[in-house]
Design a protein around this ligand. Sequence first.
Ligand code: FAD
Length: 330
Amino acid sequence: MNDLDADVLVIGAGITGAMIAFELANQGARVAVVDAQQAGGGATRRALSLATPILTPEHFGDTARSVSRLAVISAQNGVIPTNTSVLHVPGTSARVEALHTRFVELNAHPAQVSWETDPHTLPGGYEVGVIVRNCVMLDAHALCLKLLAHKQIRLREKVEITDVRLHRGSMHALAAGTTVRAGAVVLATNAAVGLFSKQLAANIRLSHGSQFVSKPGPVNRCLPLIIDGGRVNVVHGKDGRTQVAAWQPAGSGINPATDLSAWMKSREPALAEQTESTAQAVLSTTEDGAPFVDRLDGDGNVFFAVGLGVFGLAWTALVAEAMAELVQGD
Ligand SMILES: Cc1cc2nc3c(=O)[nH]c(=O)nc-3n(C[C@H](O)[C@H](O)[C@H](O)COP(=O)(O)OP(=O)(O)OC[C@H]3O[C@@H](n4cnc5c(N)ncnc54)[C@H](O)[C@@H]3O)c2cc1C
């Protein structure tokens, strides 16, 4: 009764799955998307909304293009992005050199990246920083829901896939009370890949993230701040809310919530008193920081797009295009 048929089934209705489904739907595919919880209810709901190119020479150019593409898709779907620059700063004086090395490595992008020492631009306590231009702020959760409303996409929430198998030439994805039959299956399940591939799970690293949101206050016009490459990120919203996220790799022994609270107490003691909400989430990351987008070994058409990491929004447009090419070329 609850069964579905589609050309492609996307498992996971976060921003990664939504962007992939949207790209495939625009190319004419009938796409089913299922999520064990609610669409956009995983890491996507926690994102601080900052789409910014990755500050490494290997990934900067690709992710800068991907961010621009994401901004266009977002605007076309009624989720208006705000252009911004972001400021990368070193968390300690010992990290200044590391940040400067990153900046020098990015000398191929002089229009987009600059070294900053102006005390009027830098927040108090920071003497140097790197400015990255052409970034955007957008509501990833709202965008996810808009994309999934595409007429070629059928979304089912609270459907947790527990097995995927090849049966009489088509893929069958099984959930309690539901079978989805499709020509191809795409895993966009973030950290939950172990069920589908032990090998993939073994190559994924997990990071724990902690999120703080303040109550609305006076609007703060400081640029979004990325400290030590993302250990702590701070974004001031137009509604006067400040959001802070902190990250630690799983197994580091450091709780990001403790790290976040220590940072706030030392840098923004007044803010620490204005908590509206806090939350935790787990993310999949990869060794070189670029997502895993490929086909699973073995029988059947199973593809995966995981490991988007702590700046996942920057990758989504690129990943969606790559996945559509893989699936359609099959
Ligand atoms: C606190 C915090 C702040 C962040 N801030 C930023 C930011 O400012 N900028 C940025 O670029 N990135 C940010 N990120 C990272 C960003 O949120 C992620 O990179 C992105 O949301 C990953 O999207 P996803 O779709 O891959 O994963 P998710 O959003 O986690 O989606 C995966 C979905 O798969 C579903 N699922 C899993 N297993 C199954 C199954 N068996 N059956 C059905 N469904 C299943 C889950 O329910 C989930 O909804 C932040 C993350 C956090 C936690």
